[in-house]
Design a protein. Structure first.
Length: 204
């Protein structure tokens, strides 16, 4: 998998996937969900600066993220409106994620980045479908194949069914032969936020 970290692969992938990426996308190779992938992401510069300014603690556990999702951003919520369990959860929030006084709590934390695309390196379509499939709840997904499959049309039809894009190494470059389906989450979840936070912790 070290090939994913190769600067030539990085540049070629950026060129091949340019139409899929938002302006300002950056790359990071990381192992998440038990799979190494090349992630194209955009940092929320305001949230990143806020966290640095307040020396915010890590925010990559499900419980505090679930608590934060129940709170509006930048709007004080009276503690009197919360039940005992909710008040206990608010008191346990990591430093920098919310402001709290004796009467109210105000959520400050939002997702520190957006992930546009995750690309896994695969020697075959089956591996690519399996590995890229792990990121289905979190972002747009694709596989980078080291060689062209013998029955390309069948492979593309199966990948298309799962919404997984296909890139193939071609000479000195990379060719996109199937565009990945757009990522359209039905709702915001703590798991998806946690995924972004785990990547955020690995950024330089």
């Amino acid at each position: 998998m070290a090939t994913l970290a190769n600067s030539v692969i990085d540049r070629s992938m950026r060129t091949a996937s340019a139409a899929l990426l938002e302006a300002g996308a950056q790359t990071q190779v990381a192992s998440l969900q038990g799979v190494e992938a090349l992630f194209f992401y955009r940092l929320d510069s305001a949230e990143n600066a806020r966290r640095q300014h307040v020396a915010a603690a890590r925010l990559d556990r499900m419980a505090p993220l679930e608590t934060l999702l129940d709170l509006p951003v930048d709007i004080p919520v009276p503690l009197a409106l919360l039940d005992t369990g909710q008040r206990r959860a608010v008191r346990a929030l990591p430093t920098g994620s919310a402001d709290r006084d004796r009467t109210s709590v105000t959520r400050r934390a939002v997702r520190p980045a957006s992930v546009d695309l995750a690309v896994v390196w695969a020697s075959g379509v089956r591996q690519g479908l399996r590995d890229a499939g792990r990121f289905a709840p979190f972002c747009r997904r694709a596989m980078l194949l080291t060689r062209r499959p013998p029955r390309l049309d069948e492979a593309l039809a199966e990948a298309d069914f799962y919404g997984i894009g296909v890139f193939i190494t071609s000479g000195d470059g990379i060719e996109m032969v199937l565009e990945p389906a757009a990522y359209r989450p039905q709702r915001h979840t703590a798991a998806a936020w946690c995924f972004v936070e785990e990547l955020y912790q690995l950024l330089p």
